[in-house]
Design a protein around this ligand. Sequence first.
Ligand SMILES: *Cc1c(COP(=O)(O)O)cnc(C)c1O
Length: 378
Amino acid sequence: MDRLRSPRPELDDLVPYEARDIRADVVLSANENPHNLPGELLEKLADRVRSDIAFNRYPDPLATHLRTMIAEANGLDAGNVLVGNGGDEIILDVVLAWGGPGRSLVDLPPTFAMYGIDAHMTGTEIIEVPRLADFDVDGEALMRAIEERDPDIIVVSNPNNPTGTMAPETLLIDVLAATDALVLVDEAYFEFSRQTMRPHMERNPNLAILRTFSKAFSLAGLRAGYLLANPEVIRELTKVRQPYSVNRFTQVAASLAFRERMVFEAGVRDTIRVRDRLLHGLANLPGIEIFPTEANYVLFRVAQASSVWRDLLHDHSVLVRDVSRTPGLEDCLRVTVGSDEEIEKFLSAMDEIMASKRASEHFGLNATASRHMTKDGE
Ligand SMILES: *Cc1c(COP(=O)(O)O)cnc(C)c1O
């Protein structure tokens, strides 16, 4: 056969997730922890790898040791916890189980892209309730959508990636009371915001809380995340999930990191301190609008954002996230709170870029654009 049949038509509108591996000296684009696991944990992990991981055996599908530890730390039972191959896998499991053709998901854009992507690819209808200009959730519109559209899933990134905004707890309580839809509160940045909907789980069997090892725990490369939810929710998710998605090594490493999670506390406090410095530094640059944040990243608005992004990368080897093509985020960039040195480099690069923009505006030239035109021609 010299032809290939088309895949499902839903895929037509999807673009592959940017696997583009852009290299830079200072990587502030993915909200990762700037530091690898502490040396003492790496040592312990190396010992475990050498002594007792049976790589020849399939892993425990439910990661019992890890889920029990997570349950205890959250005052829950093991049956309330599901561990996944990153939070991303769990989001897909939720959409597979509660979404699908004929069902719908409420999305609150601009927000984390995976909710919409997973809904789209599973044939789940997406009900968009756009955020207000300051990125707060439009509570009235959300309550109206619940009443009129009776959705099956509602997802709230809290804090919201990429804006940094928190939804008020009172609004989430109202949402939980108004619907029996599965309400997924994505607390991927919980360690930084220190706010959680956990206290509302007992009263609301429809509340599910997502957390991850990828941000505060320095383990983005490991792929581990977990869900706190009613045992019925966990049971349904275990029907759709890949049984062996969390491998043995991941279970051991994540268990170790979780057991010793106190060692990450200093890093979290450091991140919050550096975040203040970053906010302060950006606020001092003319022409930049910053948005308040409860997470380990900052969203800011700057004219010609994509050209600033390019200057940061090409002239200073600093990589941030260009979100300016996302509706509602026109002219916005997102920068992760890195180490002191990284933020220093980012701020001085921004200072230089903004100064040269001002100079070129003064002479009525679009220096950034013309410079890159030459560069591309080289
Ligand atoms: C990073 C992130 C996740 C989960 O990431 P994983 O690496 O798959 O655990 C989930 N939601 C949001 C909003 C995130 O930013």
